[in-house]
Design a protein around this ligand. Structure first.
Ligand SMILES: NC(=O)c1ccc[n+]([C@@H]2O[C@H](COP(=O)([O-])OP(=O)(O)OC[C@H]3O[C@@H](n4cnc5c(N)ncnc54)[C@H](OP(=O)(O)O)[C@@H]3O)[C@@H](O)[C@H]2O)c1
Length: 334
């Protein structure tokens, strides 16, 4: 497995991480046994980074990862690095009620995550969205205390802009920023990526397949459950969806010429943007995992990259990456 450094102060991690969110929430029904088998297969293939959030299925995702780690061979379990987001507040029916980044809440969230995961430390810990009522210094400072006590190894950030990155990095060492980055979400290239690069912070990129939209497997007639994120995502609606899937068809032609799949070329593009980019792949079946890992063998030269960007020019996607109510929580979009 190829590896990449998680910033200048973090560990080496597998060049692709496994994002486990879809195994519990947001993308419709998932199969528990297949999810656990996918985590095992990823560890077996050398994937070290497992990403989750305590609010993905209200603890479900962490318990699932805990189960997979417990049932994995010891050597595989020991190589796993957990990356956990906290801070989102939910209700029993799944409603989203805000964010809490107060120091006492940070410690409380961490205590429960350690139990659900069944581990004695979390490798990278981050607030999912900035709590507008709590300065980032206080939230990051609370994680730094958990680092001192050995409950957390490293501090990360999620969906924050350049100014917040600088304030956080002035408070404690930050290893990575988790943020959406793909062929159709390139906003970070303006200000955020230059800032992380200046400060030696890696980017763990999510949505590299745009939640399946640019995977080559998404069809316009797909029925989405009401609680599927994509049922409300602007990029998956009506005319926007048709436009975006036309981009995918253009990308498919480039992929076919290279003899690879659409998902593989989209992941290979993200990998080619720099050694500081670690794509988190949302595979939740072994088939999808195998396809995603195949991207590690795809080399894109300058002509390939030009063809890819010709097929999907920067800014070509129709629709925002989140609905308006969710955009309001994105410090990265201010
Ligand atoms: N910090 C944040 O704000 C934030 C936000 C969102 C996600 N994340 C993290 O990032 C991870 C990845 O995000 P994501 O799940 O949206 O990413 P993604 O990889 O862009 O999308 C995953 C979706 O793509 C589909 N897909 C099709 N072919 C695939 C293939 N070969 N490999 C993988 N997936 C394929 C899957 O659908 P099927 O399973 O239906 O085939 C799945 O629904 C999440 O699991 C989560 O840990 C973080």
């Amino acid at each position: 497995m190829q590896t990449r450094p998680l910033g200048t102060t973090g560990p080496q991690v597998s060049a692709l991480g496994l994002g486990c969110m879809g195994m519990s929430a947001l993308y419709g029904e998932a199969d528990r046994a297949e999810s656990v088998a996918t985590i095992h297969a990823a560890l077996e293939a050398g994937v070290t980074l497992l990403d989750t959030g305590d609010f993905y299925g209200m603890g479900h995702n962490e318990m699932l990862i805990g189960e997979a780690l417990r049932s994995a061979p010891a050597a595989r379990r020991e190589q796993a690095l957990t990356s956990v987001k906290f801070g989102a507040l939910r209700g029993p029916d799944g409603e989203w009620t805000g964010y809490d980044g107060r120091p006492a809440a940070v410690k409380n969230f961490a205590a429960y995550s350690l139990q659900r995961l069944g581990v004695d430390h979390i490798d990278v810990y981050r607030i999912a969205r900035v709590d507008p009522g709590v300065p980032i210094e206080e939230t990051v400072g609370a994680i730094a205390e958990l680092v001192e006590k050995g409950y957390v190894r490293h501090i990360g950030l999620s969906e924050v802009g350049a100014e917040t990155i600088r304030r956080a990095a002035a408070t404690a060492p930050i290893v990575d920023l988790q943020i959406e980055y793909s062929l159709i979400s390139r906003g970070i290239e303006r200000e955020i990526l230059p800032t992380t690069r200046e400060l030696g912070i890696a980017v763990t990129a999510y949505g590299v397949l745009s939640r399946g939209l640019i995977s080559g497997h998404f069809t316009p007639d797909r029925q989405l459950a009401a609680n599927d994120f994509r049922a409300h995502s602007p990029r998956f609606q009506g005319e926007n969806l048709r436009h975006n899937l036309d981009l995918v068809e253009a990308l498919r032609k480039v992929a076919e010429q290279k003899g690879v799949s659409v998902a593989q070329i989209a992941i290979a593009w993200a990998l080619s943007q720099g050694d500081d980019i670690v794509p988190l792949i949302g595979a939740r079946s072994r088939d999808r995992l195998t396809e995603a890992l195949g991207a590690l063998d795809v080399t894109l030269d300058a002509a390939d990259l030009a063809a890819v960007e010709d097929a999907v020019p920067a800014g070509a996607a129709a629709g925002d990456r989140y609905a308006a109510a969710q955009m309001a929580h994105l410090d990265s979009e201010r």
